[in-house]
Design a binder for this molecule. Structure first.
Ligand code: URA
Length: 212
């Protein structure tokens, strides 16, 4: 195994390093570093987001924590028994994940929330190593198209054979399924592309197959 997480001072993506340095000057008391994954490596479920939000995960240091998207994600995880405790939008809230882990396709906050294709490719080895370090993994939940593409690339699979659709299920190999969901972003929930019942259906599907 190489490394499942970038170093706090990772210098692989010049644009992201410049953005991190700017944010560190502007918000010196915030996390401002690659955001490590959250949850146990022996989990059966891996949730893959896009990248930390500037004032959410990038400030708090935990995926989706403090992000608008985290409100729906953590409420749903708590409802389905995939999290324990109380979600309080900071990483010392005592919340723990049960049989699931959360990561991002790109570990550093990108300007305007948009990583470049090169940045996605540069960060991908961490995802590859993380998946390899999860011996019990059975389901990967991709939140959004970029995550879906990143996961397919980690398995060396062609996107043309595995089309993204909300609720779609794809066999990545004999052990691991990919399940797609629209990203639980503010944009998707406010435009009603994704409703709470639609998001919960995804978790019903996953937890029906996996005993939590
Ligand atoms: N916060 C994250 O950590 N990831 C996302 O994809 C969105 C918000």
């Amino acid at each position: 195994m190489e490394s499942i997480a970038p170093a706090p001072n990772c210098a692989l993506c010049p644009r992201l390093v410049a953005f991190r340095e700017k944010n560190s000057r502007k918000f010196p008391d915030k996390f401002n570093a690659p955001v490590p994954s959250f949850g146990p490596l022996d989990a059966e479920i891996l949730i893959v987001g896009l990248a930390p939000g500037l004032k959410g995960a990038n400030f708090s240091g935990r995926p989706f924590t403090g992000d608008y998207a985290g409100d729906l994600l953590y409420a749903t995880l708590l409802k389905f028994g995939l999290a324990k405790g109380t979600y309080a939008k900071h990483k010392d809230d005592g919340l723990s994940l049960v049989n699931c882990r959360i990561t991002n396709a790109v570990k550093c906050v990108p300007p305007e929330n948009k990583p470049t294709t090169d940045e996605e490719a540069t960060c991908r080895p961490f995802l590859i190593d993380e998946i390899a370090a999860m011996p019990n993994l059975q389901a990967i939940l991709s939140l959004g198209l970029i995550s879906h593409k990143a996961v397919l690339k980690t398995f060396d699979l062609k996107q043309s054979a595995f089309k993204f659709a909300h609720g779609a299920e794809h066999a990545l190999n004999d052990q691991i399924k990919l399940i797609d969901s629209y990203h639980c972003s503010r944009y998707n929930t406010q435009t009603r592309r994704l409703s709470t019942p639609m998001f919960e259906e995804i978790f019903e599907k996953i937890t029906a197959k996996i005993v939590c």
